[in-house]
Design a protein around this ligand. Structure first.
Ligand code: DWN
Length: 402
């Protein structure tokens, strides 16, 4: 398959094996066949974007039972409140219009709505759109494409800002999204989006950022090239600490001068050979080594008779559990705050997901931290677990027990 973003040739550098849909938490009495994909990552020789070898049909992943809520992390909620304030501060039009693609439960748009700014959230997960509407956010359960973009422009006029967080990387048909952006965006409007950064994934060895929903792993270099194919320029780039390291990209097509950060990051990616096969092959070797070391740590805990539970049934954990071959024999339970995941089984590995125990005495001896990207928030609220001798297993930025 050629590159989905630019059509050029690709080369595979990573094989994470047979994987389920990362957010398809099964009911224990569900005996239907599970959907599996072969999770392989490739890099494009033209635009340099890293992507999955084979896309999963988007309808299988994003639907009215999508279980992830943006508001499940407090830190992310404040991140999006601050993001909204930044977007508002940059609005210059007399009656601006802000669109969010992948608006989920309306966490970001709630602030825009509070400020009385015209806005629209577009998301295929009808359940999350329902939650957004309940917080007085204007949202619709739709896919963002050229047809939707046309309709929205007809109804509301051009958008001054189109924003997307952890969404662009989820859409294999990126050219289709860009066609929609060309239609919807005002001539002097901006597209702002943020997604996990390839540079951080390579630096941290965070291979669990690769799963069905994360079709692309972007970088400044690849986004600049892809944007250019559609008449946009990458005019700003900002590194974000959230979700294990992301980049926020700003695109425009009004000829404005890119900020110095753009050229600096592209140059850095060139120096670090971020998109080159030897660098990507070294990452793949590190991933295989990390799998073996993580299994050793879990085997060690079991041999020592210490109980272990997973902390947070993240989408990312599907890659870890299935690639490392971790099932209920090594990890009997994963605790998670999401009601829709509780009482179900983790995809592929079939580990029961339960609510966190109310009583600290019922906590395990050791937690395997799947939501490592929220470590600061989690460690702060689980201080008592550590005070009574509880330990954490991590696998990002390295395998560690302590
Ligand atoms: O891109 C995506 C990101 C932004 O969100 C999506 N494809 C799906 C999802 O990925 P994830 O599930 O890996 O996201 P998080 O934010 O790392 O994890 C969320 C899960 O963790 C939820 O099920 C809630 C749970 N959680 C918890 O149980 N206790 C989270 C926190 C912070 C906690 O304290």
């Amino acid at each position: 398959m050629p590159c989905r973003a630019c059509g050029d040739a690709v080369t595979q550098f990573l094989d994470l094996g047979r994987q389920p849909l990362s957010d398809a938490f099964r009911s224990p009495d569900d005996v239907s066949d599970e959907f599996w994909l072969h999770l392989k990552a490739v890099v494009c020789h033209g635009c340099h974007v890293v992507q999955l070898a084979d896309p999963v049909p988007v309808e299988r992943m994003f639907h009215e039972e999508y279980p992830f809520r943006t508001s499940s992390s407090r830190r992310m909620s404040s991140h999006f409140a601050a993001t909204a304030e930044r977007l508002v501060a940059g609005l210059a039009a007399p009656d601006p219009f802000v669109v969010e693609i992948g608006s989920n439960d309306g966490t970001m748009l709630a602030t825009i709505a509070d400020r009385g700014i015209r806005h629209l959230g577009i998301d295929p997960a009808a359940n999350m759109v329902g939650e957004a509407l309940a917080r007085k956010v204007n949202a619709r359960a739709e896919w963002f494409d050229a047809v939707t973009a046309d309709r929205v422009r007809d109804e509301f006029g051009p958008a001054d800002v189109v924003y997307a967080a952890n969404t662009m990387c989820h859409i294999p048909d990126l050219p289709g999204v860009f066609t929609g952006l060309e239609t919807l965006l005002a001539d002097d409007g901006i597209v702002v989006f943020e997604d996990p950064y390839l540079g951080d994934v390579l630096r941290l060895g965070s291979f669990d950022q690769i799963y069905d929903e994360h079709f692309y792993l972007f970088s400044a270099t690849s986004v600049a090239r892809i944007a250019e194919l559609h008449g946009f320029a990458l005019v700003d780039v900002e590194h974000l600490e959230v979700h294990g390291g992301e980049l926020r990209y700003t695109l425009a097509r009004d000829g404005r001068t890119p900020s110095p950060a753009v050229g600096a990051l592209i140059a850095q990616e060139g120096r670090e050979r971020t998109h080159e096969l030897p660098r990507l092959a070294a990452f793949a070797a590190e991933v295989a080594d990390r799998r073996d070391r993580l299994r050793d740590v879990l085997d060690g805990e079991r041999a020592a008779g210490r109980s272990v539970a997973g902390y947070a049934a993240t989408a990312k954990s599907a890659t870890v559990l299935n690639y490392c071959g971790i099932g209920p024999e090594l990890l009997p339970v994963v605790y998670d705050t999401t009601p829709e995941k509780q009482g179900r089984l983790t995809p592929g590995s079939h580990i029961p997901v339960e609510p966190f125990p109310q009583d600290l005495a019922d906590y395990p001896d050791t937690f395997l931290l799947f939501a490592w990207n929220h470590a600061e928030e989690i460690l702060a609220k689980e201080q008592q677990f550590v005070d009574r001798g509880g330990r954490w297993i991590r696998y990002v930025p390295d395998v560690r027990l302590g």
